[in-house]
Design a protein around this ligand. Structure first.
Ligand SMILES: C[S@@+](CC[C@H](N)C(=O)[O-])C[C@H]1O[C@@H](n2cnc3c(N)ncnc32)[C@H](O)[C@@H]1O
Length: 213
């Protein structure tokens, strides 16, 4: 990773996840009603065994990377060295990179699917559209993007989260949908899902999209 290229807000996110380490896992384990399992099942049903899957913002690798790595060749990317350390220990059969996915350079058409769960709401707004365009380029024609996006109209929020400084940012649903389309994707599913985090109810936008053949 070349630190000089990392946006300071993303650096803050990385340091935050380094600091909260196990606290994040304990917090995530208290979430009730997260639809990730059902959405992953749909992804699994659409991919061949052994497909190449890139996961952006993989965190500790649990549960998503772990589950996907039982069937696919998974590469996980995370900016936090501590989260990557945990992911490598939890999912030895996957590959991991400590990197800023908004600045990642990968071969075009080198993945069958790209997934990202609850990570794009840490991406500064102006970097989201270019990141979607990069993902489209990394996918083979017919390749899939599955993601859970924040839907709050949040330009930039910095503050304490789980005991460490953190940065969040997101667009409303219609803007998210437009940005995914403008990056070259066809939307297959686009749904708002509400569930319960320890602090209360939250809503995320789940999207399954395809790079057209
Ligand atoms: C809320 S956690 C989600 C982790 C995991 N996907 C899950 O659902 O449990 C967000 C993760 O995205 C990572 N992340 C955020 N922005 C990133 C970026 N630009 N590049 C790489 N990782 C990033 C954070 O370090 C963190 O591990």
């Amino acid at each position: 990773m070349s630190p000089e290229r990392v946006d300071p807000r993303t650096e803050l996110v990385g340091r935050g996840y380094d600091a909260i380490g196990a606290r994040f896992s304990a917090w995530r384990d208290q979430i009730v009603g997260d639809p990730r399992r059902a959405w992953e099942d749909e992804l699994v049903s659409r991919l061949q065994h052994g497909a190449r899957v890139l996961e952006l913002g993989c965190g500790t690798g649990v549960p998503d990377t772990q589950r996907l790595a039982t069937r696919f060749q998974v590469t996980g990317v995370d900016i936090s060295a501590e989260q990557v350390r945990r992911a490598r220990a939890a999912v030895p059969q996957a590959e991991f990179m400590q990197a800023d996915f908004t600045a990642l350079e990968l071969e075009p058409e080198s993945f069958d699917a790209v997934v990202s769960f609850y990570a794009f709401n840490h991406v500064p707004r102006q970097l989201l559209a270019p990141t979607f365009a990069q993902i489209n380029d990394w996918l083979v024609p017919g390749g899939l993007l599955m993601t859970a996006l924040g839907v709050g109209d949040i330009e930039a929020w910095t503050g304490d989260w789980l005991g460490a400084p953190m940065f969040f940012s997101s667009f409303p649903r219609d803007t998210n949908t437009r940005l995914v389309r403008e990056a070259g994707f066809e939307i297959i599913r686009d749904e708002l899902v509400t569930f319960r985090e320890p602090e209360g109810e939250v809503t995320f936008q789940w999207v399954l999209a395809m790079r057209p053949v």
